[in-house]
Write a protein that binds this ligand. Sequence first.
Ligand code: CDP
Ligand code: MG
Length: 538
Amino acid sequence: MEIKDLKLSRELNEAISKMGFTELTPVQRDGILPVLEGQDVIVQAPTGTGKTCTFGIPLIENISPQDKKLGAVVLCPTRELVIQTAEELTRLARYKKGINIVPVYGGQPIDKQILLLKKRPQIIVATPGRLIDHLKRKTIKLRELKMLVLDEADEMLNMGFRDDLDIILKNAPEERQTVLFSATMPQEIIDIADNYQKENPVHIKVTGEELTVSTVKQYYLEIKLANRTDAIGRLIDANKYKLCMIFCNTKKKVDEICAELRQKRYPAEALHGDMKQMQRDRVMSRFKKGLAGILVATDVAARGIDIDGVDAVFNYEIPDDFEYYVHRIGRTGRAGNEGVSYTFASGRDIKKLKELMKYTKSEIVLGTLPSLKEVKKINLEGIRDTVIRILENDDVSDYHDYIDSAFEGVPSSHIAAALLKLMNEGEKKEEDKPGNEDFVRMFVNIGKMDKMGTNNMIDLLKSGGVSFEQIGKIDIGEKFSFIELEREASEIVTQTLNGTYYKKRKITFELSGKKKKEKPAVSKKQVKKPSSQGRRKK
Ligand code: CDP
Ligand code: MG
């Protein structure tokens, strides 16, 4: 079924065609018409099945720009989802001038929201907690509400919004339409539907089965926990993945894996529920812009987030709830693109993997881990291709002159080999590091002898008020260690941690002066004066 079969208004049709799709997803095929007709609908479907448009299209179609009353409220569990949903609705409303959509969520100054609310929006997208705040202040009134959407309802319950939902639902006019979306249907959701929806709502269910078949190639790799981060790095290198998501079952693992990847100089960032909203926003926007191409996340934190162009999903562990697996791999292969997922398993997990395949009715095939040699070969081939392209298309005569004078007498194959090494090994080092220029290097007088490890160090820094993303490379030495920290964080730790104790040792953090210089790429014996340009950048 196609969009045009819905016989929508011209404004909607044009907006949707501008968004770039013509076919309806299964949820939309079954859901849009009932919602359009004003029926209560309850939808069970995994992430990425097009739920936003399922309520968004009818919502925008039915709302009149002239009517300056609050007609619809959409509730979402997190701030990210509120923003994302408000953006999608705004795209749908592009050609219906006068429709005002306001996102409302915790963490944003309330006065700012109140100002926006004074402009009498017809649609509010909100997290439950903040909506209640506004109801109490009477800055939002639900008197005229015609439609209430509960998006990701199970997640809202998981996040403890049960009481808030009750208050909101009780405050909304009885004569209204209630549309409920949930990935899972635990009893609590059924209760909400029973209590707050009209009798016999339209039920729509799309299972993981329909989702996983399509565009995601699913692999598993039999690799022990201790080696999984290395394996991820290798797969990323060998396949040149630009945007990846790594899922872990716990927040602790998320932090650990992220730290390990960053130590290996991969541009990884963590996303989990313990982070402040501001940090989460920053992480998401850096990921979306491709500035930090590896997102390490828990299931809850990543729920519902819609990002196109994710090349690969890694399941560091098999999730305990198999439904999560479907959600996880649904982040790649979106919008008809090819995607790939890798699931790590070892020992007893293999049995779990078999159950998972049965549950998802899909085949997860044994993948192969590229060897280091292969990775190197692939990298070198990439460089070779680039060099050939440059030789074919660009004028490099300036560089010729420089080489002649700077590397007098050195055979050109030597120079080329050194440059190749620089490109191959130097690349992933300084340049890709998130916010590298704001980082300083600190010395701390504690090391392995004090039973200090990377994770203990992270815990220690956090206890001193530093957030995870302010921490860069950690080098734990025998008696002391070096840590890269954001400048601001370095000031914080000297104040909060210096003079306190780790085990029995008094802690001292201090700035460690300049970074260690890299060795020149060409040794002095070969060339009389290796100029600074002969070295790595920085
Ligand atoms: O809410 P849910 O996780 O089901 O998915 P979504 O956030 O609505 O994301 C669906 C993505 O597919 C969005 O990027 C849409 O623009 C796109 N899409 C759609 O919603 N409907 C189609 N018929 C085709 C694409
Ligand atoms: Mg959604």
